[in-house]
Design a protein around this ligand. Structure first.
Ligand code: NOJ
Length: 520
């Protein structure tokens, strides 16, 4: 029997950028609440994943948490959170929150304690090491945001590990008390009723216990600064905590892992993560052959009961519409919502928001300030709602925290709802078709061998329900797929219906079509 997180579609809300209710130019929880009807009724998703809203100095926009059990005043307070959760549940929407478990803020009281003295009871909650004999960092581990992952602490004469910013010291997951403290945080939110967690950089939790140097990237060795096999024990503990709730709650893990065997191992034997995020298509060169190869590789890597998932955008990556091109964004939407597995849809991708160019004086992301060109502001611009000032993101006369992306007038929800063939209306139609069709939300997947070059076609079928064939043309020339008999249920242009002629489906340039097959 499948569960909500298998059949449903997850929508990621980046709270700073979704809706500003209190007029400070930054989105907030009351703003998200005011847009729930859009998510559940207009768009038709099943779950919301909310990026961090906890008290934070915002060195990494909330991924540096100073208090795991509160709400930053910028976003509201706990009462706002409880209201949001209740209103989600009233509409049948699930709410997943971010668990930033690898690191805290350097302002978190745990770190203040740990840093105060080598004898502090919480000293070992973080990863402290003596410097190398020459006074340099203890090893060669690099921060994802550039430079050494070690920061010298003058007061106690040791270095602490930070896999991200120096303001984000890594917790030591080998310390049982630190681990238990994070499990306490999980219980805090689960007891409030959240439906699960998206675990930030989940594969960073366990590192080489001997803290040996990383080997050069070309070496065949696994990294030592992350992804130690002891992770499996942590994931099993987390899973049993989540399974202890009724109904069991969901564990999604942020895992960037090129080795699909290692990635798939994080499902465990159905006793670790429900959904280790699958970023394979985020990094695909956008062509039929490459996309098909990646889909097949992911399907082949999955252990039998494991359920796939697909991601085409998030708050760390260049916008989908700019990566694949505005024309291809329609077929990309069809792919995301018809493959076998849970899709996670990033806010604004349903409008085709492009990657915005942010002028240097308005850049906000610390990563971009530190490593020019790596900034993530361009995919975090405000959600576009209507034709009013700031596209309805914040009240008139207020400047949004990031400028609006290009084409705000015609790209907003209001304008797109008025255009029957808009990208937003295509997403809505795809979501409705998926919801109404067991074959699409829980059926098997099989690639069709016969698709012509430049096209990718696959069949989705659940026992007792009509099957579907999805055919996507990645090229700018027309193509034909043979061996498909049925009725066009939806096309990316939203401009055709009827039966396929003599088992042959013609595809226009860049077109995608879902065909409902005849018979069960
Ligand atoms: C991954 C998050 O998605 C990203 O936004 C953040 O900067 C890092 N983890 C560090 O927490």
């Amino acid at each position: 029997m499948s569960r909500w997180w298998q059949e449903g579609v997850v929508y990621q809300v980046y709270p700073r950028s979704f809706q500003d209710a209190n007029g400070d130019g930054v989105g907030d929880l009351a703003g998200v609440l005011s847009r729930l009807d859009y998510l559940s009724e207009v768009l038709g998703v099943d779950a919301v994943w909310l990026s961090p809203f906890y008290p934070s100095p915002m060195a990494d926009f909330g991924y540096d948490v100073a208090d795991y059990c509160g709400v930053d005043p910028l976003f509201g307070d706990l009462a706002d959170f409880d209201r949001l959760l209740a209103e989600c549940h009233r509409r049948g929407l699930r709410l997943i929150v971010d668990l930033v478990a690898n690191h805290t803020s350097d302002r978190h009281p745990w770190f203040a304690d740990s840093r105060a003295s080598r004898l502090s009871p919480r000293r070992d909650w973080y990863a402290w090491s003596d410097p190398a004999p020459d006074g340099g960092p203890p090893n060669n581990w690099q921060s994802v945001f550039g430079g050494s992952a070690w920061e010298w602490d003058e007061a106690t004469g040791q270095c602490y590990l930070h896999s991200f910013l120096a303001e984000q010291p890594d917790l030591n997951w080998r310390n049982p008390a630190a681990r238990e403290a994070v499990y306490g945080v999980m219980r805090f939110w689960l007891d409030r009723g959240v439906d699960g967690f998206r675990i930030d950089v989940a594969d960073f939790l366990m590192k080489d216990p001997a803290r040996r140097d990383d080997l050069p990237p070309e070496s065949a060795e696994r990294p030592r600064s992350r992804a130690h096999p002891d992770l499996h024990g942590v994931f099993r503990e987390m899973r049993s905590l989540l399974d202890g709730y009724s109904p069991p709650r969901l564990a999604v893990g942020e895992i960037h892992e090129d080795d699909l065997g290692v990635w798939a191992s994080y499902y465990g034997e159905g006793d670790e993560l429900h959904l280790p995020f699958n970023f394979s298509l985020l990094h695909a060169a956008w062509g039929a052959g490459e996309v098909r190869r990646r889909v097949e590789a992911v399907e082949a890597a999955l252990p039998a009961p494991a359920w796939p998932n697909w991601v085409l955008g998030n708050h760390d990556e260049p916008r989908l519409a700019s990566r694949v091109g505005a024309g291809a964004a329609r077929a990309a939407a069809m792919l995301l919502l018809t493959l076998r597995g849970t899709p996670t849809l990033y806010y604004g991708d349903e409008l085709g928001l492009p990657q915005a160019t942010i002028p240097p004086e308005r850049q906000q992301d610390p990563f971009g300030r530190r490593v020019p060109g790596r900034g993530r502001d361009g995919c975090r611009t405000p959600m576009l709602w209507d034709r009013g000032p700031s596209a309805g993101f914040c009240p008139p006369g207020v400047e949004p925290w990031l400028p609006l992306g290009p084409g705000a007038e015609e790209r907003g929800v209001e304008a797109q709802l008025a255009d029957p063939r808009s990208l937003l209306n295509l997403y809505r139609a795809l979501l409705a078709l998926r919801r109404a069709s067991p074959s699409l939300h829980r059926g098997d997947y099989r690639a069709l061998a016969v698709a012509p070059e430049g096209c990718f076609a696959y069949r989705r079928r659940a026992a007792g329900s009509p099957g579907f064939v999805v055919a996507l043309n990645f090229t700018s020339t027309a193509g034909k797929v043979e061996g498909i008999a049925g009725r066009v249920a939806l096309s990316t242009g939203m401009d055709r219906q009827g039966e396929t002629a003599a088992g042959r489906l013609r595809l226009g340039p860049g077109e995608g079509v879902v065909v409902e097959e005849r018979g069960p």
